[in-house]
Design a protein around this ligand. Sequence first.
Ligand code: DGL
Length: 254
Amino acid sequence: MATIGIMDSGAGGLSVLREILRLLPGERYLYYSDNANCPYGEKTPEFITDRCRQIVRGFLDEGADAVVIACNTATAAAIATLRAEWPELPFVGMEPAVKPAALGTRSGVVGVLATAGTLKASKYLDTRNHYAGDVKVVERVGKGFVELVESLELDGPHTEQVVRESLEPLLQAGADTVVLGCTHYPFLLPVLQRVAGPGVRFIDPAPAAARQLVRLLDSRGIAHSSPDSPALRDITIKSSGQSETARRILNQIL
Ligand code: DGL
């Protein structure tokens, strides 16, 4: 059995844990929500890197075999530094799924919803320039989305209005494929899909991140469960602020 540390600025990373649990139901999970510092979207890369470092140290103290930075913003800001500082520790990061979106669009227009920090990071810009040369990419910050999820306002008229404001410009530009470039956003998927209509496909990179975690464990020879193993549900939640949001969302995904 492996011990996996998973972190995010809040409860968003639970959308990644949900996918990881499908492939690895029998591991021990440590989830850290840094919600006293949420959102990360407007924080400096230095601040985010420092928080990640402290959280990773905590995971290692508890015996983590691998760490998932289940946050696009923190991945863009910190993962290169973390990998350099802990070369033996397998890290999985999150990146907006521009490549599958560029390959799958029929309208030739791809929308990307992410935080300001992710959209201006060189990691994202490199990926976009590499994979999306032949399609038009329209980007928007999901303004207020993280706050909606953290306050558990996952649906309702107010949520729909907030979602519509950021999504509408992408739809008007002709996007038929929208990348969810922040791990909080998949919890708003029912509202996003309702506002966009059935012709728009949303891409969540979490399943790809879960597959990458399995590949990394295999390559390091770390024993782990398989999708048909019994679900252990050994998940410890810690947070720098209140734990209520993460606990409620965890109950939902279980
Ligand atoms: N869940 C995050 C991400 O994937 C961070 C959101 C935030 O704190 O701004 O980018």
